[in-house]
Design a protein around this ligand. Structure first.
Ligand code: SF4
Length: 443
């Protein structure tokens, strides 16, 4: 095998290589990997190695043999060491599966030896004389402190607007978010800040939280026992690869039907047709931005057919009128199922005209999602992501999906869920900041 960086053979991790459990940092799935590091002047042998396998034998395509993308030479404790990162066969999330992102974690580390990621920043940059100039950390911190102090002295802390780190990448979620929180919230009482990918310090799915439903409310295993998987504005084979391959695929093999709501045909749809069969796969190729009409039509069909889970609704949802009036922070009122139906009712025919899909397909989707099977609740998972979240009218559209989950008893019960499909999997925490108002959320 010729390695693309002119290394014609890859070293074998020796038995005494250091091993760490790591979580892939690229997407929300959170796949498990093993990272091995060892001295540059050592390696194992075909039969005596850290992997405990006989490399003189032909290995399976999905085996733990080292691929070029799994390998690099990186600095550890000031020393250059070999690094090999393999998908963990024992991790229940991915069961040894990698993806085009996770499988490249090793070769995507900065390395002075192999020359990878040399464009990564190593020094702070200051904008001077019309260009970015590298400087020392002392100099950069002094500059930030002096400018910050001058803004406050000449005005107040309210004159500061901070664009800051929040959760995310490469295991920085805890330490970095704690650090920015301690500085800007606890020490300085900053009122104006934005994070990450958005203009404010807010959730991407406020309405789900406002409805009392955390947006990550299932376990991956639920896919394997559900009756219907709905992917709404998301493309999981490409974007959450191992949730699709390791959990949705077995679910479909166990008999789950698959609905994709997306204006485009995607590889996810193609794979679902292949796994579940075309007759158990439904593509609702809606006009862009018409998601809420489709969701409300499905909800209307469910309610009118009596496919709601009445005991669940009675025991778990607000009863009697409006709980929270519509206002600037809540662009839809929050209340009971009956109250919701007063404002969201729309027929399949009306929705078909708006959404550009047939009324029969809308009815079929509603039946797959909610029609009880021999008196038992239809189990359904609805996963949604940027096609909904970054569309217009995010608040009401996300709420319209959560409505379906609540009405059918598919939140907090086996085989159910209304979850977003994206974001980051790392935990993170900030010191309390009561003056900020609505709390930060995972996105
Ligand atoms: S699906 Fe791919 S990118 Fe996402 S966590 Fe797993 S390996 Fe990483």
């Amino acid at each position: 095998m010729a390695h693309k960086r002119q290394i014609d053979r890859l070293p074998i991790p020796p038995k005494d290589a250091k091993v760490h459990n790591v979580t892939c940092h690229y997407c929300i799935v959170g796949c498990g990997y093993k990272a091995y590091t060892w001295d540059r002047n050592k390696q194992g042998t075909a039969t005596d190695n850290a992997l405990g396998i006989d490399l003189s034998e032909q290995q399976g395509a999905d085996g733990t043999w080292l691929k070029p993308s799994n390998y690099n030479i990186v600095k550890q404790d000031g020393k250059d060491v070999h690094l090999a990162i393999y998908a963990d066969q024992d991790c229940v999330v991915n069961s040894g599966l990698a993806s085009v992102r996770g499988a490249r974690m090793a070769e995507n580390r900065p390395s002075e030896v192999t020359g990878t990621q040399q464009q990564r920043l190593t020094d702070p940059l200051v904008w001077k004389y019309g260009t970015w100039v590298p400087t020392s950390w002392d100099d950069a911190q002094d500059l930030v402190a002096q400018v910050t102090a001058r803004v406050i002295k000449e005005g107040s802390e309210d004159d500061l607007v901070v664009s800051m780190f929040d959760h995310g990448g490469s295991a920085g979620g805890y330490e970095n978010t704690w650090g920015t929180g301690k500085l800007y919230f606890q020490s300085m009482n900053i009122k104006h800040c934005r994070i990450h990918n958005r203009p404010a310090y807010n959730s991407e799915v406020h309405s789900s939280r406002d409805m009392g439903v955390d947006e990550l409310n299932y376990g991956y295993k639920d896919y394997q026992v559900t009756d219907t998987i709905v992917m709404w504005g998301t493309n999981p084979l490409e974007c959450q690869t191992n949730v699709f391959l390791n959990h949705m695929k077995p679910g479909m093999q166990n008999g789950a039907k698959f609905i994709l709501v997306d204006p485009r045909r995607t590889v996810t749809l193609n794979a679902a047709e292949d796994i579940a069969g075309a007759e158990y796969t439904l593509h609702l190729a809606i006009n862009e931005g018409t998601d809420m009409a489709l969701a409300n039509a499905i909800m209307t069909i469910i309610v009118d057919n009596g496919w709601t889970d009445d005991a669940y609704v009675a025991n778990n949802t607000f009863q009697g009128g409006i709980a929270v009036e519509q206002d600037a922070a809540h662009p839809a009122a929050l209340g009971s199922l009956d109250e919701a139906m007063k404002s969201i009712r729309i027929s399949a025919e009306q929705a078909a005209e708006i959404c550009g899909v047939s009324a029969d397909d809308i009815r079929k989707a509603a039946s797959w999602i909610a029609e009880p099977n021999g008196g038992t609740r239809a189990k359904c998972i609805i996963g949604y992501e940027k096609g909904v979240i970054w569309g217009n009218d995010n608040y009401r559209t996300v709420g319209s999906l959560v409505n379906i989950g609540l009405a059918t008893g598919n939140i907090g019960q086996e085989g159910g869920g209304v979850c977003r499909m994206g974001g980051h999997q790392e935990g993170y925490f900030r010191p309390p900041e009561p003056f900020v108002g609505r709390p930060p959320h995972l996105h």
